[in-house]
Design a protein around this ligand. Structure first.
Ligand code: SAH
Length: 279
């Protein structure tokens, strides 16, 4: 092993080839393969095994070395996700077989991705690892929706939260989220969208605050629906959206009217029609 300290790879990974017996925790970006980093693409080409889950698009997996073993650890219909500890144990197992292991995760591995938990296990077992950041959904999806997350006239801060429902409710710091001049981005928020909008209004945001929900952002299937805190839940329900979806709340959403650049015309029309119906 090339490392001077057990459990750590040499820094400065530029052009450094993947090492055997090491794990590369790689962010795959928000779905469009063009948004992979160079480092991610290079490591995929050198991988002996690629361990991936739900959000990794087939077009991204296709970039992996053809001989690499592909191991799916996500949710299959009707089945549960593999427990986090089993995934971490799998990474350890392959690394101990002297494989070049790429652990591929949607977006950025450290943002709502449990990447930290996986490398904690690696660190405690002395397995060398490297972390390759990816474009997180908030950054990628907002860019492709034409919504700048900050803008001097609209928002001086931006917060990312998970809207995952726990026992049917959402345990968030509503007062902090309802601050003025702030953009709020919600991951995993579709089932909780009505609660989210109602709570933000109850804590002081205007019901007319612009809000958007984006399905499969950055990909050819991207759909963007816009409305307000008052109208978005009904607009989203009528559109029968399916995950992955990202919710963006704040006055920056209004900039999309001028700045949208990615969707086909018919998709923009869909948004306009639905919005009209729910006004
Ligand atoms: N680590 C990932 C997030 C994992 S949580 C990242 O940094 O992006 C999964 C959630 O991310 C989804 O439920 C959805 O809210 C969001 N997401 C990921 N890709 C998306 C996409 N292409 N379009 C919309 N939302 C996306």
């Amino acid at each position: 092993m090339i490392n001077s300290r057990p459990g750590f790879l040499k820094p400065s990974p530029q052009h450094v080839p993947a090492q055997r017996g090491a794990v590369y925790l790689v962010g795959a970006g928000p779905g469009n393969p063009e948004l992979l980093t160079l480092r991610a693409a290079r490591l995929l080409q050198q991988a002996d095994v690629v361990i991936y889950d739900n959000l990794v698009a087939p077009a991204i997996l296709d970039l992996a070395n053809a001989a690499a073993e592909r191991v799916y650890v996500g949710k299959r219909s009707g089945l549960h996700t593999m427990p986090q500890q089993s995934i971490s144990d799998l990474l350890v197992k392959y690394a101990r077989q002297h494989k070049r292991v790429v652990r591929l995760k949607g977006g950025d591995p450290f943002i709502f991705g449990r990447g930290g938990e996986e490398i904690e296990t690696l660190a405690s077992r002395g397995i060398p690892f490297e972390v390759v950041p990816g474009i997180t959904a908030a950054a990628g999806v907002a860019a492709y929706a034409g919504i700048p997350l900050t803008h001097r006239d609209h928002a001086q801060s931006c917060v990312f939260v998970t809207g995952h429902l726990k026992d049917g409710s959402m345990n968030l710091d509503w007062e902090a989220l309802a601050r003025p001049n702030q953009t709020v981005v919600i991951y995993m928020g579709l089932p909780g969208l009505p609660t989210l909008c109602a709570e933000l209004v109850a804590h002081g945001l205007a019901a007319s605050t612009p809000a958007a929900i984006v399905q499969q952002g950055t990909t050819d299937s991207q759909r963007v629906l816009t409305g307000t805190l008052q109208t978005l839940p009904a607009i989203a329900a009528a559109a029968q959206l399916a995950p992955p979806t990202l919710i963006i709340i704040g006055s920056v959403v209004s900039l999309r009217d001028k700045l949208a650049w990615f969707e086909a015309e018919n998709k923009q029309q869909e948004s306009a029609v639905l919005e009209k119906q729910h006004r």
